[in-house]
Design a binder for this molecule. Structure first.
Ligand SMILES: [Zn+2]
Length: 470
């Protein structure tokens, strides 16, 4: 029988060993050369990142930049709240009192040292700031904050340097906070049209908007600004047409639906006449069911438009960021009727549908026009991503997978890419060792996930002049 002392010593030894390894390669064991070789190969791929929320630099001007600025805009923020910390107050972060901030958040940060949100966030600082500690500590955060403040004094230079070091070629940016803005820096970003607002605004025609509402997010103010008068559903659809044209002119690569944050993903097929009658009514008189019917009609209309314009639609499925929502709303199979009806539309489902990764994989297997994006899954749960990708590779052809980061700052995007690479390398290495895959095929799978599939599916050669790997 092993004594408690001996066991605990062994645990200390093993954990130190694992930590050392995790910062050298992140493959499962030191002897796992297959995984390490695959990881080295993946590191040579210029990555097409199919989903980010990177904000324009000016949108954060006026902020003090320290570790907590980035933490409060990261996914890890939600784990701290889940562990019992209060929500971040931007004013407190701007005061920059790091002692007080550690006092308030240090213990919740420590309680989150086990999560994938924590680990991938740490990875970003490991790569971009040379932070080699196994955890965030009070002293470590002090020195990171000094480096962050220095880097963000010249954001343009820092962004260019970090983007390059992380290994990105281009990022798709979903500006859910400003969905009608078409102005992005094409050096780093490809334009995505988030259509949530276009769908929900059908139920707000007669709701008075503020005269200073942002043009980039208020459909009716934007319409009026551009000389459109929206009285009927046809007027609304005409204006929607003009928006699509504007996005096409700016080389939009796809549409994005993240409506599971506010409603079910089940969209009924509502006839035009019913939608027209509902639209013509006073918006404030519409019941919840009637609002849903109008939204359902509009999303089907957008899908038909996407076929006409050959634009894929990315759809959020599964887990919902933050600290409280209706998880069931994002269940992937709620989209089944849409996939049956719109066979010519191109869909990319997000986030492994977590926790319904099996349903997610099954939809990709069943429908030729349904593709699967691993985006954010490794950050939600590294282990679920490993299990999920292995299962997806068992059932779905590999020309149908993508990878994206889903972050607001380059530091977290860098960590998320590292996590994504680790997951893919580990899964492929295990498949090679089990005799399920040759090295040649494993490398091809990795190259397609991180680059080539996106170029093919989103037509990036024609739109952005990007070419596939040699
Ligand atoms: Zn997102």
């Amino acid at each position: 029988m092993t004594s408690y002392k001996a066991v605990s010593k062994h645990v200390v030894f093993v954990s130190t060993f694992v930590i050392l390894l995790s910062f050298s390669s992140n493959c499962a064991t030191s002897t796992d050369t297959t995984c390490q070789q695959l990881k080295s190969y993946i590191n040579t791929i210029k990555v097409i990142n199919t989903h980010e929320h990177q904000r324009r630099f000016s949108q954060y001007e006026g902020h003090v930049y320290n570790f907590y600025t980035l933490l409060s805009h990261s996914y890890l923020n939600a784990d701290l709240i889940s562990a019992g910390a209060p929500p971040f107050d931007p004013e407190n972060i701007n005061k920059g009192d790091l002692d007080a901030l550690w006092q308030a958040y240090g213990s919740s940060l420590d309680f989150s040292r086990n999560t994938s949100y924590y680990s991938h966030f740490l990875q970003g600082f490991n790569i971009l700031y040379g932070y080699k500690e196994p955890d965030f500590t009070k002293d470590g955060i002090q020195s990171l904050s000094e480096m962050i403040a220095e880097n963000y004094k010249n954001q343009d230079n820092w962004y260019a340097e970090a983007f390059d070091r992380a290994g990105f070629e281009i990022m798709f940016v979903d500006q859910y906070w400003a969905p009608f803005n078409t102005d992005l820096d094409a050096k780093y970003f490809a334009l995505v049209f988030n259509i949530n607002n276009l769908v929900t605004a059908t139920t707000q025609r007669t709701i008075k908007y503020r005269e200073d509402a942002p043009l980039s997010s208020n459909m009716y103010r934007l319409a009026s600004h551009e000389g459109y008068s929206i009285k009927t559903l046809d007027d609304y659809l005409d204006f929607a047409d003009s928006l699509f044209q504007k996005f096409l002119d700016k080389k939009v690569v796809c549409l994005k639906n993240s409506m599971a944050y506010g409603r079910t993903l089940y969209y009924e097929d509502v006839p035009y006449e019913q939608a027209e009658a509902l639209f013509s009514r006073d918006s404030s008189s519409l019941s919840l069911e009637e609002k849903k019917a109008l939204e359902d009609f509009m999303f089907h209309w957008i899908i038909k438009k996407s076929i006409e314009l050959d634009l894929p639609i990315q759809i959020h499925t599964g887990y919902l960021a933050g600290n409280g929502n209706h998880l069931e709303n994002g269940r992937p199979t709620k989209l089944n009727n849409i996939f049956l009806k719109h066979r010519k539309a191109k869909f990319s489902l997000f986030h492994g549908g977590y926790p319904w990764t099996g349903e997610f994989a099954a939809l990709g297997k069943m429908f030729p026009n349904v593709y699967l994006d691993l985006v954010w899954l490794p950050q939600i749960s590294r282990q679920a991503a490993i299990r999920g990708l292995d299962e997806m590779l068992d059932c779905t052809p590999y020309n149908k997978f993508f990878w994206g980061g889903d972050c607001h700052f380059i530091e977290e995007s860098t960590g998320s890419l590292e996590f994504g690479k680790d997951v893919v390398a580990e899964v492929l290495a295990k498949r090679m060792e089990r005799g399920l895959m040759t090295e040649k095929v494993a490398k091809d799978v990795a190259r397609k996930i991180f680059r080539d599939n996106a170029i093919q599916f989103f037509k990036l050669q024609e739109k952005l002049n990007l070419s596939k790997s040699e």
